[in-house]
Design a protein around this ligand. Sequence first.
Ligand code: PMP
Length: 440
Amino acid sequence: LQNARSLDSYWMPFTANRQFKAAPRLLASAQGMHYATEDGRKVIDGTAGLWCVNAGHGRQPITQAVERQLATLDYAPSFQMGHPIAFDFAERLAAIAPGEGAGKLDRIFFTGSGSESVDTALKIAIAYQRAIGQGTRTRLIGRERGYHGVGFGGITVGGLVNNRRVFPLLPGADHLRHTHDLERNAFSKGQPDHGAELADDLERLVALHGAETIAAVIVEPMAGSTGVLVPPKGYLERLREIATRHGILLIFDEVITGFGRLGTPFASEYFGVMPDLMTTAKGITNGTIPMGAVFAARKVHDALMNGPEATIELFHGYTYSGHPVACAAGLATLDIYAGEGLLTRVQALAPLWEEALHALRGVPHVIDIRTIGLVAGIELASRPGAVGARAYEAFVDCFEKGLLIRVTGDVIALSPPLICEPSQIEEMVSLLRGALERLA
Ligand code: PMP
């Protein structure tokens, strides 16, 4: 059995510690803020699974809604057909969608994951440009150190250099310079003060390629998976202004930031900047049944459907778009979020969070700490020639002592469920401190 769960097994998780040749650590059950391992150890979930279990684990209303839905209507196609619960769920999402009037992001397209949401949003952007007579606008702009999942659309606009090297990409794409170097090791709380002018890099790309070739620019309002990179004050505002001026759609990838992570339902509200399209997944069903959704501004939706050059032959949709069981899980999730005030709860937790995390300043090897909402990135100095080794050791040590963290390179990311209690914040930071202090 042990062997069957080693690296050399029938299951092929590409992402399982190949760099360090370690078998996956096994999680057997979960409840509230905790996982339990196969040997019965409790591990506090410092990462909400993979940034997705916002309401904590094992929520009964979701389980019950899923069971009921499976028994009532387990599957229904969304080609030529519909089912009531998809309409209900879209309406509930529209009710919390950010934006006003024609800019309100209340037209919802369901997908099965974050990567599908990204592919869908990129396609909507190109199809929208075509529909309004801008058919030359097919180029997509992403950002270095962005992460947008692993579809070909996502890796094209994403910033993972190895993926871009190995695979052929969508033609013509280009990338904004990332925002990190400027504020490196600044121990900034919330948004860094300097660096808004980095958004002007979009002007460089417009000058280089011509605005008439560019459909959309996609960024995470806060880049999570590549190391918790927080945009400088004014950066997103400037990006919005430049995109609008050149007829370029702005897409926010809120797969991580959506559903309360920063203390507002969506990050666009936190930053006060509205995109034209927003991608979501993860927290939409509390990480339970796989699902994603693209939120489109009404004006984008209307032009896409009815613009002068709109093409009715456009084909896009998934077998699992608006899956009834996922919709049921999503509705129950929204009920929990609303009933427990989870989409804004982080506002009350953030000061304590910030204080607890920044108290790690001065611990050996810690060269930066970045906090925003209920997210933290703790950056460690890399050992020469062994990028990622130090953070990986911290991960192993933390897990053995009862804390699940996420590491990317030598950045440790923390993003616990939004139900987290203040005492659990203290506990997580104390466990992390212990592991950091033991690091060579
Ligand atoms: N976009 C962002 C910002 C993400 O963080 C992720 C996943 N971490 C994705 C897209 C891809 O989502 P999925 O893994 O569900 O395809």
